[in-house]
Design a protein around this ligand. Structure first.
Ligand code: MN
Length: 247
């Protein structure tokens, strides 16, 4: 069967040293590329566009979309003012992510959001974020781990009957590189994974084309041959094939 072609929503890397300090580079971490390759997909990179009308043309014809991680999301986009612990934002990247999600939804392209990608999905459909779990939650675990990126450091509990449960089972161990999280979940979405402190680690859309977001970084684990996380990308690839067959 033909390999699904998956667009990875990219980011902007501001070079602060080297030959051209200050230059902007379109980039994705190669872990996403390698994980999708391992899962039998053909990844292509979707650079951040400034004309959001063009985004529909950019994603048209893709079999799936992966939203990659990145900086914090501009809180103005979900109706909040920035609190003291809010991190660096680049709202043009966020607006691009929201446009990719909207275009993907209109074209019924399956979407898998990772870290910021999951947060962007939630904001795109009207949800909000906790700007800083460390200062806004009474007690929380360490979600910005002090361990190599491919090491799992905390547990998640997975919702029965969800897409994630089909791959991960009832519980899984995941890595963690975030200080923000989903606060109020967008309508039409379910919480499908949580850490022991209650932090939301996975959301899925109830109806319509497939949309799932995860707060951890499966690509960093899959790149280091974590079998379950490779299976997660394979399961997403299956969703992309099914959607293609339904067209
Ligand atoms: Mn976490």
């Amino acid at each position: 069967m033909k390999k699904p072609k998956i667009g990875i929503a990219a980011n902007i890397l501001i070079m602060d040293s080297g030959m051209m300090p200050g230059i902007y580079r379109a980039y994705v971490n190669n872990d996403y590329v390698e994980s999708l390759e391992k899962a039998g997909c053909v990844p292509v990179m979707l650079p951040v566009l400034s004309d959001l009308e063009d985004v529909k043309a950019q994603v048209e014809g893709l079999d799936g979309i992966v939203l990659s991680g990145g900086w914090d999301i501009d809180p103005l986009l979900y109706g909040e003012q920035p609190l003291l612990q809010q991190g660096f934002t680049m709202s043009e990247v966020d607006r691009f992510f929201l446009a990719v999600i909207q275009a993907g939804d209109e074209l019924c392209i399956p979407i898998f959001g990772i870290c910021k990608g999951m947060q962007a999905i939630n904001v795109a459909f009207g949800g909000t974020l906790c700007q800083d779990i460390g200062s806004q939650m009474k007690a929380c675990l360490q979600h910005m781990q002090q361990a190599p990126r491919y090491n799992a450091t905390h547990k998640i509990s997975v919702e029965r009957g969800s897409f994630l449960e089909g791959v991960l089972g009832k519980e899984a161990m995941v890595n963690s590189f975030h200080h923000q999280s989903v606060k109020t979940v967008a309508s039409g979405f379910h919480i499908t994974a949580r850490a022991d402190d209650g932090v939301i680690e996975g959301i899925e859309r109830a109806n319509g084309s497939f949309i799932c977001g995860v707060q951890w970084h499966p690509e960093m684990m899959a790149k280091h041959d974590n079998k379950i996380m490779i299976q997660l990308f394979q399961a997403f690839a299956d969703k992309c094939r099914q959607q293609e067959e339904n067209k």
